[in-house]
Design a protein around this ligand. Sequence first.
Ligand SMILES: [Zn+2]
Length: 189
Amino acid sequence: MTGHPSSLPLPWHLPFELAWEALRAGSRPVGAVLVDADGRVVAAGRNRSEEASAPPGQLAGTAIAHAEVNALAQLPTGARADDGLRLYTTLEPCLLCSGALMHSHVRHVLYAAPDPQWRGVENVPGVGGLIAERWARREGPVGGPLAAFSRLLMDSWAMARASAAPAAAPDLLDAPTVHAAYAALLPHL
Ligand SMILES: [Zn+2]
């Protein structure tokens, strides 16, 4: 945990910072970070579906420019499950990202909030076979303020898109950093 109670707790602070960046850039506010067995961040990504550019090796401007995909795309071929990688993501992985996790041999996912759009995705391993074998263990939602904050980011994004006005959530978007927004909203989460 970080020292200050109003700060985002570790190791969540980086995925939420990335989600915040995505929101301010007009993309779906989801951030994801891959952490190795020693707790080191080995890759990070965020949704860039509404943006024109991305760092080398990551996707932008396409419906599949998801946070988890952009983080996993940085893993070299050959990284295996026994590397002990864990993915932290602000929102439960969708079917696309769940597939990318299987292809990447990442076996452990921690997510802050459920994604109602993909309700039932946890039933996919019931198909059996390789899908069941490789399906990542899911830990989440974490609940509490983090889950509420994740949902609030998603709601803000949806409101901004519905009105075609990024100012739909002015108080939130005016916050200079994700930590400032979280600290201001914490009493209400
Ligand atoms: Zn996804």
